[in-house]
Design a protein around this ligand. Structure first.
Ligand SMILES: CC(C)(COP(=O)(O)OP(=O)(O)OC[C@H]1O[C@@H](n2cnc3c(N)ncnc32)[C@H](O)[C@@H]1OP(=O)(O)O)[C@@H](O)C(=O)NCCC(=O)NCCS
Length: 148
């Protein structure tokens, strides 16, 4: 299968920008990914490649013992093959000394919510009209020591 998982590079952001536009209603621009790549103290942007093709990516922020999953995505053609779970597992393998992991997700994004629940996340609360089109966000979390 020839999978590679490595830190995101500036040369990756064009392809990632295309994937964002295909996958999200409010895509991050390539410039945002460039900022994340440079923000080395806090941001941990990673890509998953099959051969030379980027098929998925994550952006994680770690501040002290708090982790925030800012972005996770798998190319449409590669979805439902286990790569989303692979990326989540990589996050847990990489960041073991955390208290809590947070993320936000569109309330109707069933695939993502199901993925997060599989990895032990629960819903903390709902942010009404969080997204520009008015959709609510769920703020989800997984604590290391306690169940939600
Ligand atoms: C969410 C996302 C990353 C999942 O990636 P994926 O590679 O398709 O996920 P996997 O194949 O590893 O599936 C893992 C689990 O996710 C859930 N899942 C994935 N796709 C699903 C779907 N279409 N419907 C319901 N559950 C789904 C399931 O729980 C699945 O476990 P299962 O296969 O045992 O049912 C992918 O759908 C995606 O990139 N979506 C667009 C971007 C996005 O919304 N990102 C999240 C932003 S908060």
């Amino acid at each position: 299968m020839n999978l590679e998982y490595r830190r995101m590079r500036p040369s990756d952001v064009r392809r990632i920008g295309e994937m964002e536009r295909e996958l999200f209603d409010n895509p991050w621009s390539p410039g945002i990914f460039l900022i994340e790549i440079q923000n080395k103290n806090v941001a941990h942007p990673y890509v998953l490649l099959q051969g030379k093709m980027i098929i998925g990516y994550t952006v994680v922020w770690k501040i002290e013992r708090e982790i925030h999953i800012g972005n996770i995505a798998v190319d449409k053609k590669y979805q439902r093959k286990g790569y989303g779970a692979f990326l989540m597992q990589k996050i847990f393998d990489t960041f073991q000394d955390y208290e809590v992991i947070y993320l936000e997700v569109r309330a109707t994004n069933k695939p993502a919510i199901s993925l997060y629940e599989k990895f032990g996340f629960g819903t903390l609360y709902r942010r009404k009209h969080y997204y520009p089109d008015g959709e609510d966000a769920l703020v989800m979390a997984r604590y290391r020591e306690r169940k939600l």
